[in-house]
Design a protein around this ligand. Structure first.
Ligand code: ADP
Length: 497
């Protein structure tokens, strides 16, 4: 592999963990099989990783079940659980750069983004949930009679969690954080494109004092390991982040097996609405960020840029200039804004959509092709004159392709923005309070960012309307995903005291 990387910067980290993490130990897959994880800069192999399958998911569920039924985790004080999570967050900070290097190597995202934004955010998420651990409690309820009625908020049991490759560790933190704070045990499957960072972080979790079997990490593929989690009879809840198509499969497998509780965070085609009174320069910059951040690989990407006709021409010119200026290159080089797409499948899919855009008559303002000749780099691409029914305006492209549409008035843009099977997020750019209020109420989406975008700290709930998902992650709302409510009704002997 070293020779193949000769023209690329060597990541400042060694890959130390490639086995499955089950019952607190790193072990090989039962089958002995491995799969290669690839460097998106070159397509070359970074490492061979143990390939978890149905047998390994079964082993992981046994470990998680034992840890839940007999282990200390759900039984220790909430304060003790909280302290372990705080220690874990400290360890993430201590190993920040090493973790970030694995994340960028496996995924292709700029190292500066990983070191300065994402890994610190992961520590922040775990601190947020560490703080919740000892603040989760039930209620005393006024029943109709001589009874003392209370609710116990109990952990749901063994949680299955299936995560994607676009923000491997951040998605891990949104899933593990609330599940652990509530006292659950977990079987987590990473995406086959990005298995590495989770294994290092899994080691740190145990270093922080997590009892064995509480978090089990299985690397592997969706149709095998992923489906085994969704259909397992002894998993109490499954949380999934990924495509809408696979989300439907998860729900189906859950219902066909044991009716485990399901939360889904799926695709999007989020509108970004630039009104006539918006500060155009600022709107261009934020719209650019909303779409191009993370190589365009965000479920909440602002991927339909609606611009009012009065500022449309100016906006298109400036959006094009900004895209041309975007710094694309080796993610380990300083000052880089955009690295390669995660793999050849995504790369080809994005180029196919660019072709559809050109064929359907949208104006290609800039970009449109592969950048360089190796790896999965794509030129920052901007289309204008996009119409609502073009595939580039209806489908999730998941790449660095901005599509700009023109609108005349608010009623029209509300109807068009809502005319989507998705409803994940939206951006609104205006300085008019009434316009902002109107849009925030009318948009059928899980998040409205007004004069900002991608503000995603752990206190803020995140999730989708319509086919963008079921349930909310982050914030207080995510705790319900990992709790059962038990009503306890006790007859009173002397009701009149
Ligand atoms: P993408 O298309 O962006 O790769 P996917 O929805 O295919 O997104 O993948 C997200 C996660 O879901 C990954 O961990 C993947 O392995 C997993 N996955 C894919 N197919 C299935 C499936 N049939 N059952 C369970 N998990 C799956």
């Amino acid at each position: 592999a070293a020779a193949a990387l000769e023209n690329t910067i060597t990541p400042p980290v060694k890959v130390e963990h490639t086995q499955l993490l089950i019952g607190g130990k790193f072990i090989d897959a039962a089958s002995g099989k491995t799969f290669p994880t690839l460097d998106p800069r070159t397509g070359e192999v970074i490492a061979q990783v143990a390939e978890g399958d149905v047998a390994d998911v079964n082993r992981a569920v046994l470990a998680a079940r034992k840890a839940f039924d007999q282990g200390p985790w759900p039984r220790m004080t909430a304060y003790e659980r909280s302290k372990i999570l705080f220690r874990f967050a400290d360890l993430i900070e201590k190993h920040n750069d090493e973790i970030a290097a694995l994340e960028s190597w496996d995924n292709g995202k700029p190292y500066e983004q990983s070191t300065k934004i994402e890994v610190p955010m992961v520590a922040r998420v775990f601190r947020y949930y560490a703080g919740w651990a000892d603040k989760i409690h039930g209620m005393t309820v006024p029943g109709d009679g001589p009874y003392q009625v209370q609710t116990l908020h109990e952990p749901i049991g063994v949680a299955g969690q299936i995560i994607p490759w676009n923000f491997p560790l951040l998605m891990l933190s949104w899933k593990l954080g609330p599940a652990l704070a509530c006292g659950n045990t977990i079987v987590l499957k990473t995406a086959e494109q990005t298995p590495l960072s989770a294994l290092l972080v899994g080691k740190l979790l145990h270093e922080a004092g997590l009892p064995e079997g509480v978090v089990n990490i299985v690397s592997g593929f969706g149709a095998t390991a992923g489906a085994a989690i969704a259909s397992h009879m002894d998993i109490d809840k499954v949380a999934f982040t990924g495509s809408t198509d696979v989300g439907k499969i998860i729900l189906e497998l859950a219902s066909k097996s044991n009716l485990k509780a399901v939360t889904l965070e799926l695709g999007g085609k989020s509108p970004f609405i630039v009104c006539e009174d918006a500060d155009v320069d600022q709107a261009v910059e934020v719209a650019h960020f909303a779409l191009f951040f993370n190589q365009g690989q965000c479920c909440c990407a602002g991927s339909r840029t609606f611009v009012h006709e009065s500022v449309y021409d100016e906006f298109v010119e400036k959006a094009k200039a900004r895209a041309i200026n975007r710094a694309v290159g080796d993610p380990f080089k300083s000052g880089i804004e955009q690295g390669p797409q995660v793999d050849s499948e995504q790369f080809k899919k994005i180029l196919k959509y660019i072709k559809y855009g050109i064929e359907s008559g949208a104006t290609l303002q800039t970009g449109g092709e592969q950048l360089g000749s190796k790896g999965y780099y794509i030129q920052p691409t901007v289309f204008s004159d996009v119409k609502d029914d073009m595939l580039i305006a209806t489908d999730e492209i998941f790449g660095p392709v901005q599509t700009i549409l023109k609108f005349k008035d608010l009623d029209e843009v509300i109807a068009r923005a809502n005319n989507s099977r998705y409803g994940l997020a939206s951006g609104v750019f205006t300085r008019n309070l009434n316009t902002a209020n109107r849009l925030t109420r009318a948009l059928r989406v899980g998040t409205v960012w007004v004069n900002c975008y991608d503000v995603l700290d752990p206190t803020i709930p995140f999730g989708g309307y319509k086919m963008s998902g079921i349930g909310r992650e982050k914030g207080i709302y995510s705790l319900n995903n990992y709790l059962q409510v038990k009503a306890v009704v006790t007859a009173l002997e002397n009701p009149a005291w």
